[in-house]
Ligand binder design. Structure first.
Ligand code: NI
Length: 137
């Protein structure tokens, strides 16, 4: 592996035990991969804070029967077309729809889009998956 370095970490034994228990539950086979993921997560958090170009997904569930809600959801997505890569609509059951919107762009625009959608009356739950374009990781 190019540029691979090794370093030791000192930490309290009970913290180490908690970490190892957590790794087992998450399915990691060793500490190195778990620590690499923690570092990557911190770097992605930093990208969001720094206003770098990021990628992610806005996911929300809403009441299919609120007709005016559908129009509002579509209007908002048109307003944010420049950061929306694609969207997928899933009919969960007779009453509920799930929408997944893949996004790429500046964090403030993505957060605005996510907050507007989540705040709509009739949206039952929404999340913003904050990921990365992967270019600098
Ligand atoms: Ni639907």
């Amino acid at each position: 592996m190019a540029g691979l370095i090794r370093f030791g970490i000192s930490l309290e034994s009970d913290l180490s035990k908690k970490f190892d228990d957590r790794l087992k539950r998450k399915g990691y086979s060793n500490r190195s991969e778990a620590i690499r993921d923690l570092i990557r997560q911190d770097l992605v958090d930093q990208q969001w804070q720094d206003g770098d170009e990021i990628a992610g997904a806005v996911t929300f569930t809403y009441d299919h029967h609120k007709r005016e809600l559908l129009n509002k959801i579509i209007d908002i997505q048109h307003d944010f077309h420049s950061v929306i890569i694609s969207s997928q609509h899933v009919h969960l059951d007779h009453n509920n729809c799930l929408e997944i919107i893949a996004v790429k762009g500046k964090p403030d625009e993505i957060l605005k889009l996510s907050n507007l959608l989540k705040a709509l009356k009739g949206v039952k739950h929404g999340t913003l998956g904050m990921s990365t374009t992967g270019k600098t990781l």
